[in-house]
Design a protein around this ligand. Structure first.
Ligand code: GLP
Length: 250
């Protein structure tokens, strides 16, 4: 832990709220590398003494930084400096495996479900098939360096990929598999992104608290014939991800 000198960092006369000043100070020390990724913060009680403020003020600052993903709270263990968020530019059509490998992280998956189901009305409409069309539903927990990042539920048209095995999708990149084995040319996708909160089941898998923010992405992916072949809904940890969207006014 870098040096925090009692009393001197907070300006109690300032109109800037004290919790906010503490947030900014901690944020700066993290940015400057004084607090390394993974370093533990002193307990709330100690921070309150250092800043000469109430524990509630300290808690407010820590909660705000944890919500932003700058700090990670581990129940009963303490508060730690989080690794920087994964920044993903939303203009390239990439797979989870490619996204993680580009960042030097090791991607993996845990297969949660692998089953056939009939397409519901909305799914059928998005995939451009009749209601009741057989779909293969693959649900996987996606990890980077063994840390849970996202839950992905992918719906594929069974008639396009009739012989996919559960073992293959557990260990391999789905996109690489579809390209290699089915010679599909992945062309483009439309995606929507919304902020929601994790329910109890999602929270347990993602190792966050129920009610924590998550980002839900829905992707419809098309092959070169402009046939949609995938409908994927993914739930990403909001504290680990930042999506960057490029805008142009040409
Ligand atoms: C992304 C997309 C999913 C897609 C997945 C494939 O995360 N949101 O729609 O199914 O990548 O990833 P992989 O090839 O690593 O299995």
């Amino acid at each position: 832990m870098a040096e925090l000198v009692p009393g001197e960092q907070i300006d109690k006369q300032s109109p800037i709220p004290m919790y906010y000043q503490i947030m900014e100070l901690l944020r700066r020390k993290i940015r400057d590398g004084e607090f390394a990724v993974g370093a533990a913060l002193p307990p709330e009680r100690e921070l309150a003494e250092i800043f000469r403020v109430s524990r509630m003020t300290v808690r407010q600052a820590i909660t705000a930084l944890a919500n932003e993903g700058v700090l990670i709270r581990r129940q009963g263990v303490g508060t730690f400096v989080a690794p920087p968020k994964i920044e993903q530019v939303l203009s390239k059509l990439t797979s989870f495996t490619e996204d993680m490998q580009q960042r030097g992280l090791h991607p993996s998956a845990k297969l949660l479900h692998f089953e056939h189901r009939a397409a519901e009305e909305k799914q059928a409409a998005l995939l451009g098939v009749p209601e009741g069309e057989p779909l293969l539903v693959i649900e996987r927990l996606r990890l980077a360096d063994d840390l849970p990042m996202a839950i992905e539920r992918t719906h594929l048209l069974v008639r396009l990929f009739p012989h996919l095995h559960r073992e293959e999708v557990e260990h391999d990149s789905l996109y690489a598999l579809l390209e290699k084995r089915y010679a599909i040319r992945i062309d483009r996708a439309t995606e929507s992104l919304e902020a929601t909160v994790a329910d109890a089941a999602e929270a347990a898998l993602l190792e966050i608290d129920a009610g924590n923010p998550v980002l839900r992405r829905t992707r419809v992916t098309y092959d070169e014939r402009q046939q949609p072949f995938e409908l994927a809904t993914s739930v990403y940890r909001a504290d680990r991800y930042k999506f960057v969207i490029e805008l142009s006014r040409r």
